[in-house]
Structures are given as C-alpha cells and as structure tokens.
Design a protein around this ligand. Structure first.
Ligand code: 4AD
Length: 475
C-alpha cells in the first residue's frame, strides 16, 4: 500500500545526464548518464534491486536502492520490460566483476513498456526446456537471449570482414537480382513462381550474373540470398541462405584455390584481431584456433580411395536410385567407386577424421553443374574431370563450392545440350564467351555454414536471423 503512493521524480538539482548506449559507457565513468533498454536479469535482495540492462550493444549492471527500489513499478518490475534509467556510473569495487567493469547507481528511472508477469511472463513462454519447434516459432524472443544474439552479432562482424577482404583484393560489390529465369545448380531445387504470366524462379546462385560483370567491372562479388528447395532436413541445409559469391577473371585453377584459402583465413584472422569479434568467438567457441595454411588438397579420385581405405561406405542403390536393403532389412552398404557422389554423411566422416579444412577438387563432370571447365582427357576416357573444388571444414562439411568456368562458346553449347538445357534464355550468358572470352572462375560460400563453424553451432538454423527450412511434415 505504502509503495503505491511513492511517486518518483527526477531531482532537478542533480547534474544533467548524457544519453548513451551501453557499449559507449567506458568514457563516461563517474558521470551521470541516461540509458534505455530491456530488463535482462532481475534480482532483489534486502530491498536492493540488481538489474542487468540490455540495449543490444551490451549489458549493464545497475543497482536500485532506497526510494527508487520501493515504488510500485519497482516491486512489480518484470523481465523484458523496457526501461529508462538515470544515475551515476561507478567502477565496480575491487574483487567484483560486471560487464564493462562498471555499474550504474540509479537515482531515477521509469518503465517505458511493462512486460507481463504471471502466466504470460517471458520465461513462461520461453525457457531452456522449450521444445525446438516452440523455439522456432518464438525465434523473435529467442534472439533476445545471450547466445542467439551473440551469434547474430558475430554474423555482422563476419560479413564486414568478408567485405573488407574482397575490397582489399580489388573485387567490387554488385547486387544481382533474386527473380530469375535461368537455373544454375539443377532443376531439382528450384522454387518456381509466376512472373507476370511467365515461369520464373528464386535465384539459386548469382554466379551467371557475376560472370557477365567481369568485362564491365573486373572481379566482382555479391552477398545475396540464394534459395534452394532442399527436400532434406539436415543440420546444414536451409531453403534460403546468404550466399557470398565471387567471380575472378584471368586466373588459373590454382589461383582460385589460393584465393578461397585466403578469404577463409584472412577473414578469420581479422575477426580474431578485433577484440569485440574475438570475444564473441571465445564466448561461443572457446579455444577456437585459426586453421593452419596451406589447406590440404585432395583430388576426388584420391578421396574415393581414401574412403575405401577408411571403410567409409555408401548406401547401395538400384538403377532407379532406390536404397537396397540386405537380408536382415538393413540398408546395404558398399564401397565407393569412381563416379559416386560423396554424400553428406561420408563427407562429414571424412572431414571429422582429417580434422582440418580440406579442398576436394577435380570432380567428375557428370556430378557437377553444366558450366564447369573440363580437364582435357584422352579420347574415350571413361571419366572426364572438371576444374572444380569444394572446401570442407570439420563439423560442417562443405562451406565453399567453386570452379573454373567453360570459356569456349562451342564447349558451352555442347554442355547445355548434354544437360538438356534450352540455350535460349541463356543468350546473355553465352554472349559472355562470344564477345572477348577469358579464363575465369569463382565460388560460392554459405555464410551460415561458415558461421556455424566459427561459432560452433549444431545447425545452420542458429546462424540465420529467421531461418527458412523444409518443414518436417513435408520430408
Ligand atoms: O555448391 P553450390 O551449390 O555452388 C553454387 O551455387 C555455385 N554456383 C557458386 C559459385 O560458384 N558462384 O553452393 C555454394 C555454397 C555451398 O558450398 C554451401 O556452403 C552453400 O552454398 N549452400 C547452402 N547453405 C545452406 N543451405 C543450403 N541449402 C545450401 N546449398 C548450398
């Protein structure tokens, strides 16, 4: 009853406040400041309220005591309410720790937007025990958490570090369209839509557009959403993901792999050199170390032999691609042979055993997309290989896919034919070879997969702001 009567007013005789974000407070110690944010943690002890404030830039320990902790609002304050706090910033006493090394002694505060208590309280809607499907539906609340927000914060640092690297290496950023009428990575994973009465798709990759930029802008890159109708529910597949793609002219296949290794390593080095991003990596993935260079390079041919040697088998399939069962009803497992796709499970086992990033390269043409440059083979050779590479990383598997591209117009026309692709909608891509062709190559890097590696996340879904993935009921 008493508390209802206490109305807090700000003491006009106090020094005026500086409004600040939590991350900027170090420069304002011993001064009177005003901060705004959300109640991240709340504890009260002997009439003193210890409140951890969160404003997105950091966390701040605050102390409410005396009259400021006795108001009705103080006694009914709930987690996730938004508040305004004014007070003096003090270095924490020796032997105590707090984020930033200081705490706010509050002399005036007010609730901006109260969050509900009781049944509808934040922690009743979402807590550590919440089922993953509930967490997915409540992603907008999950991202308020310390881990989820740190992953997203690291993601922002990662994107700028990638951009810094690419700009430093003279690549120009472009923004290709998402609405397209051509396929890049095969028809099976296309999302189609009606584009003013014509068939169109959501882009799978911006590669073809990047290739057309080379004669105009030189080496280019983009950070664009790619869309894949992936009909499998795995730890590393999203239906929409952020695709970092680059295309470079006048280079060799070796140069391309060197570049992919450099973008990986120099980006990690930059993140580890910056105390903020290094702190996030340390928090999410304690003990993370930058990978050693040079990366191991293994041809597809050697990889098949390696799999056989290490007893890593694949499921046997009939001519229609159906899995074959043995007498006891188990999936029949057989050795890999040249020509087999190295499936996700085998690839994962391989990277986990090797334990370091590894390039698999020179895949058979029949396993890869139509645009890849072939390695000259003898007449009648059984398998034709391509100048292609995948970068595999422990815990995640493939994070980068790249290749040299067909530069000869006749070879490209033959490739359309072999794949049953109508060349008509690709006229602009073909023209690239007609008007001053050049040796060129590029790659696509899955940003969520790269982040899953850096931040040691179990699935790429944790590395996307609002992940889109195939519903379990659909698979
Ligand atoms: O290997 P992909 O399919 O290659 C391309 O799209 C090329 N056209 C890229 C290029 O050369 N410009 O995809 C490249 C990378 C993969 O290594 C993987 O990291 C990521 O994109 N990726 C996915 N990430 C999340 N969910 C999915 N469904 C993904 N599919 C590919």
């Amino acid at each position: 009853e008493e508390s209802k009567k206490i109305v807090l007013t700000e003491d006009a005789s106090l020094p005026s406040t500086k409004k600040a974000k939590i991350s900027q407070l170090s420069e304002l110690r011993s001064q009177r400041v005003r901060v705004f944010g959300w109640v991240h943690r709340l504890r009260s002890q002997k009439g003193i309220i210890f409140l951890v404030l969160r404003d997105g830039t950091g966390y701040l320990q605050t102390v409410l005591s005396g009259v400021v902790s006795q108001t009705y609002d103080a006694l009914t304050l709930t987690l996730e309410s938004s508040v305004e706090l004014a007070g003096t910033l003090q270095v924490v006493p020796e032997g105590k720790t707090a984020p930033g090394g200081h705490e706010l002694i509050v002399d005036y505060w007010k609730v901006v937007g109260a969050a509900p208590g009781a049944d509808d309280a934040f922690t009743n809607r979402l807590n550590e025990k919440s089922d993953p499907s509930i967490q997915a539906d409540l992603r907008h609340l999950v991202i308020r958490g310390e881990t989820a927000s740190s992953v997203l914060r690291l993601r922002a640092h990662l994107l700028s570090a990638f951009r810094d690297f690419l700009v430093r290496h003279h690549l120009l950023e472009v923004t290709p369209p998402c609405l397209v009428q051509t396929q890049v990575e095969g028809g099976a994973t296309l999302f189609s839509l009606n584009y003013y009465g014509q068939p169109a798709y959501l882009t799978q990759s911006s590669q073809l557009y990047l290739e057309t930029c080379l004669p105009s802008l030189g080496d280019v890159f983009c950070v664009q959403e790619s869309f894949r109708a992936e009909n499998s529910h795995t730890r590393r597949h999203l239906s929409e993901y952020t695709h970092l793609e680059a295309e470079l002219a006048f280079l060799s296949f070796e140069d391309l792999m060197d570049h992919i290794e450099a973008v990986t390593c120099e980006t990690v080095d930059q993140l580890l050199a910056n105390p903020v991003s290094a702190g996030l990596i340390q928090q999410l993935n304690p003990g993370f170390k930058a990978p050693e260079r040079p990366f191991k390079r293994m041809s597809y041919f050697d990889a098949i032999a390696w799999l056989v040697e290490h007893g890593i088998k694949r499921a046997a399939e009939d001519a229609e691609g159906n899995v074959i069962l043995d007498e006891s009803g188990q999936v029949k497992m057989v050795d890999h042979i040249v020509g087999d796709d190295i499936a996700e499970a085998a690839e994962r086992q391989m990277t986990d055993i090797i334990g370091t990033p590894v390039f698999l390269h020179s895949f058979p043409a029949e396993l890869k997309a139509f645009y890849m440059k072939k390695i000259p083979a003898e007449e009648g050779a059984k398998t034709v290989y391509t100048e292609s590479c995948d970068l595999l990383i422990p815990n995640v598997g493939e994070v980068v896919g790249g290749s040299m591209r067909i530069s000869d117009v006749e070879e490209l026309l033959a490739a359309y034919k072999r794949e049953g692709i109508d060349p008509a909608p690709y006229y602009w891509f073909t023209d690239q070879r007609k008007y001053g062709t050049c040796e060129h190559g590029g790659y696509g890097l899955g940003v969520e997969r790269f982040l899953a590696w850096l931040a040691n996340r179990f699935t790429v879904r944790e590395c996307s702001l609002y992940p889109r993935f195939v519903p379990l009921s659909f698979v």
